[in-house]
Design a protein around this ligand. Sequence first.
Ligand code: ADE
Length: 208
Amino acid sequence: MQRAQDKGLLEVHLHALRDYAIGKHRQVDDYPFGGGAGMVMKPEPIAACIEHLKQQRTYDAVVYTSPDGVRLDQPLCNRLSLYQNVLILCGHYKGVDERIREKYITLEVSIGDYVLSGGELAAAVLIDAVGRLLPGVLNDESSALTDSFQDHLLAPPVYTRPAVWEGHAVPEVLLSGHEKKIEDWRLEQSMERTQSRRPDLWEVYQKG
Ligand code: ADE
């Protein structure tokens, strides 16, 4: 991601909600109405921040990172990679006041069925997975196309030198120089791997 930013292909700007909070304590969270454990992120600083940012750019999506969101997967990353500007609100504590979600959020994204202590890591995951798809970010541009998941298949095994390591040889076909045979072998390996490790993906592939 650093290289992508250095090349001017990606810009990531961080905004501290506290900078938009008012009062002596610049409070960004408060107790939940109705009681219960944990704090809730107050609406005013978030609204002030989003309104400020919206004056500077048009956002194609305002994303909220939360375990309630749609699961981040490759098709969603592909879609987000076509967007020009994306605003990501990182959830914290027990979450944000529901009215913020209703007013501003266009997409809620979860990176998996587990709870992080904050949405920042989820945002970082999203930025990485989407950022690497931007044209010119990867050294070998075609390599994103052969990633696991791009075609609902896991990637095949890969090998490099030495051809024999601790008595284990690299599959013959990879040394053959026969492009078509190599391609067939890789597809076969991908299919076997997907079938045994990810029966859920395998089903999608077969229907595909
Ligand atoms: N915030 C807390 N847990 C999260 C998750 N699993 N995905 C996205 N944001 C989160």
